[in-house]
Unconditional design. Structure first.
Lengths: 295, 465
């Protein structure tokens, strides 16, 4: 037994190592700065190797995030971050795949993909930066814009009810669902670490204010509503989680729901294993057996 | 004891069986198997029944998702009955014959011209044309048009609905247009790409609608600067199938208004979508816009599926399962496209004696017009031929100026998409004698500059003054 206390080696990656050379073009005060900083820290905490990590997005202010992260990734097609992430993950299951984007990108044009990524329990960590508006196109209503709010496309007040993305994800089968706030760095880092470590579809809705199109005080308003989940909260219960969705007066952050179920890749792998039983390896005979099984 | 009546056994109507096989698994007696022959009318492979062991349980009939796929054999089975018209009779309707409720023209008071952005001018044009349904998804540089609609529609008893994507938008227009209403959208290139599937459906089902594509730089996300690189989509690529639509190309805010009004007239005249191909520069450009002398209060066309007793008989669909029927329908549509040739429009500027014809539309046409003025001042006989419809290409007008032309220079912000339309039109009109076509082109949001047009033309041109 050695009595020498070893000083731990400094971690290989510091948060700053995940910062790319691009300078963000977000407006000063945009909530998305908080999200990208939290992502650097979470990646450092998990010591993710940049060359084994992919960050993909759709289109929007928030979707610029992959450009600011030192990893593989790209700013893809409006609304299509999740199908692209699916393609990447299925092709290269060993990569850490993170998808990011805005509320318009993920819930309007990409809403269908979001529902089905949840249902499939796709092995991807998805961060939705929810500013309750279309930022990049300069201020039209999004699916999360509260009913009644005036925006550039809802001049008479938003006539539509809004949607709570966490509620949607839980209903459709996502197995890790959390809500965070871009102004709460520590909380956000913890959520990201947990989300990135989850096996299956992990969905993090980050309330991330748009100072330009939702006004300077969106940050203050959100901050004043912040609450944590109560002591002893049972995150394995869908019913318990739903009590913290569609909030108006409060904004509860934390992991609302967590379950451990086979992910999409688990299921695909199980099918492959079963189908290959008895004819592993590709001899001609085996290939023929696959195409012409003896009936 | 009365004899047990034998339960009727099923028979399959091959034209209505899609070969899904649900009946095969439903049958406990294994009487049904997948057929091997393709039905020529449907292109699908119907199931075949071998009823030796059939006990008439009817489970297959319950399993069949097609209303007419499997039927119970009538007592006096006579297989002429396989004709469903005879079997089920004609669909009866006692609805009255629908009639056209005509549009009304409402005079407008005289007004000073407004100073409007191109996109706003188009929105105003649509409102004056009686459009009261707007669907759209925000995309720069077209969004102001939608935003103005959001402000104005509720005041005019109209509806503004922000769709969740361009796919949703075009299908909302399909529904609204099918009801005979005037609907429109503003979009820009990536959004227009997404709408193409729906546009093909609208063309196939003869549903009107006006699409304003404020073209931007591509391919892909590209940028939000002006380009003309969707001309190929508008003229040659409106989704799948044999499709065409009139494509209008404005070049001033005034034309954004006028041509939008015209677009509504044409879309209902032909029951076919109409595309306005504008560009990012024109959409954002401000100019003086005079309002027309009258506006339109739309009626209801007699073909509309308006949803009341008068319109009960109407059907809107693009499905023709039999090849023979679909070919006939294509012939009808092709004849309609041919009839649209009379809508060719062009603006000729100083073309009468022109030896150098510049061909350009939308914003590059403004540049070309400036170039013509400078060239003329230098004694070069230049003129501008500006298509206002790029489909149908105004070849008849072009014919009138070709005899003098020694050079043709196409000025455009794309890789020759307007030039291709010109060449196709020349070929279709069997014009073989024309000067070699030259061009000034830019891409990706860069527009042709007046100086380079002048340089291009002046090079190799004898100055006569
Ligand atoms: C097919 C298509 N339609 C529309 C657009 C225009 N567009 C870009 S981003 C965006 C929405 C942005 O909102 P959101 O996703 O909430 O991101 P934010 O900017 O708020 O972060 C839209 C409509 C596009 N790029 N592609
Ligand atoms: S417009 Fe809004 S979302 Fe976009 S960068 Fe500015 S503050 Fe952020
Ligand atoms: S009636 Fe019953 S036994 Fe006869 S074909 Fe149908 S499922 Fe089979
Ligand atoms: S269920 Fe009906 S449509 Fe499907 S295979 Fe059987 S008969 Fe055909
Ligand atoms: Mg947003």
């Amino acid at each position: 037994m050695s009595s020498v206390v070893e000083t731990p080696a400094p971690p290989r990656f510091q948060p700053g190592d995940y910062k790319s050379d691009l300078k963000p073009v977000w407006c000063a005060g945009c909530g998305d700065f908080g999200v990208v900083s939290a992502m650097y820290r979470a990646m450092a905490e998990l010591q993710l190797e940049p060359w084994n990590t992919v960050v993909v997005s759709g289109i929007g202010c928030s979707s610029r995030l992959p450009g600011y992260v030192e990893a593989y990734g790209f700013n893809s097609v409006h609304g299509r971050a999740l199908p692209i992430a699916t393609g990447i993950k299925v092709a290269r299951p060993e990569l850490n795949v993170v998808a990011v984007g805005g509320d318009g990108d993920g819930l309007a044009i990409g809403g269908n993909h979001f529902l089905h990524a949840s249902r499939r329990n796709l092995d991807v960590f998805y961060v939705l930066m929810d500013n309750e508006i279309y930022g990049l196109t300069k201020g039209q209503a999004a699916p999360t814009t509260p009913s009644g709010d005036k925006t550039k496309s809802t001049f008479f007040g938003n006539p539509e009810p809004s949607v709570d993305p966490c509620e949607l994800a839980i209903s459709f089968g996502a197995t890790w669902v959390a809500r965070g706030f871009s102004g709460d760095m520590k909380g956000l880092v913890d959520l990201m670490v947990a989300g990135m470590s989850h096996r299956g579809f992990a969905f993090l809705n980050v309330m991330s204010p748009c100072v330009t199109w939702r006004g300077d005080d969106q940050f203050k308003v959100m901050k004043a509503k912040l609450r944590s989940l109560p002591e002893g909260y049972d995150r394995s219960s869908r019913a318990a989680a739903f009590a913290y969705t569609r909030e108006t007066e409060t904004l509860t952050t934390g992991v609302l729901y967590e379950a451990h179920e086979p992910s999409l890749l688990d299921r695909l792998e199980a099918q492959r294993t079963k189908a290959m039983e008895g004819h592993e390896g590709l001899t001609t005979e085996k290939v023929l057996k696959v195409f012409f099984p003896p009936f | 004891m009365p004899a047990l009546k034998e339960r009727p056994k099923p028979f399959v109507l091959p034209e209505f069986c899609k070969g899904c096989g649900r009946c095969i698994s439903a049958c406990p007696k294994h009487c049904i198997s997948m057929g091997t022959e393709i039905n020529p009318q449907t292109g699908l492979t119907p199931v075949v029944l071998d009823l030796e062991h059939c006990n008439g349980c009817g489970l297959c009939i319950d399993a069949c998702p097609e209303p007419y796929g499997l039927q119970q054999t009538p007592a006096d089975a006579d297989f002429e009955l396989q004709d469903p018209e005879k079997l089920f009779g004609d669909r009866m309707s006692d609805a009255p014959e629908p009639v056209d409720i005509p549009n009304q023209v409402v005079p407008l008071p005289k007004m000073e011209p407004l100073v409007l952005k191109g996109n706003y001018a188009a929105a105003v044009g649509a409102l004056l044309a009686g459009c009261r349904h707007f669907f759209g998804y925000p995309i720069t540089p077209s969004t102001e048009g939608a935003e103005l609609m959001a402000k104005l529609m509720p005041h005019l008893d109209g509806t503004f609905l922000q769709a969740v994507s361009e796919v949703a938008t075009v299908n909302m227009m399909y529904g609204c247009g099918g009801a005979g209403m005037r609907s429109m959208t503003f979009t820009s290139s990536p959004g227009f790409s997404l709408m193409l599937e729906g546009i093909s459906y609208m063309i196939g089902a003869e549903v009107p609608g006006v699409f304003i594509n404020v073209m931007r730089g591509g391919p892909g996300l590209g940028n939000i600067a002006p380009e003309q690189a969707d001309i190929k989509l508008c003229c040659r690529g409106l989704g799948h199938g044999n499709t065409h639509a009139i494509v209008l190309t404005p070049s001033t805010p005034q034309e954004m208004l006028d041509l939008t009004m015209l677009a509504f007239e044409l879309t209902f005249k032909y029951r076919n979508p109409v595309i306005i191909a504008s560009d990012g520069y024109l959409g954002q450009m401000t100019g003086k816009v005079s309002l027309p002398e009258s506006m339109v209060k739309p009626g209801i066309p007699k073909w509309a599926v308006y949803g009341d007793l008068e319109h009960r008989r109407n059907l809107i669909s693009s499905i023709y399962l039999s090849e023979v029927d679909l070919e006939k329908w294509n012939v009808v549509l092709n004849a309609k496209y041919a009839s649209m040739q009379v809508e060719q429009r062009a603006d000729l500027y100083m073309c009468d004696d022109a030896e150098v014809i510049l061909v350009a539309c939308t914003t590059p046409a403004r540049t070309a017009k400036g170039a013509v003025q400078v060239l003329r001042s230098r004694g070069i006989k230049a003129g501008l031929f500006r298509p206002i419809t790029v489909w149908p290409f105004p070849i008849e007008k072009l014919k009138t100026v070709l005899p003098n032309a020694k050079r043709i220079v196409v000025v455009e912000a794309s890789n020759g998409q307007l030039e291709d339309e010109l060449k196709i039109a020349l070929a279709n009109a069997r014009i073989r004698e024309y000067p070699e076509i030259e061009h000034v082109r830019h891409y990706g949001g860069v527009l042709p500059q007046m100086e380079e047009v002048i340089l291009k033309v002046a090079a190799g041109q004898e100055v006569t003054v």
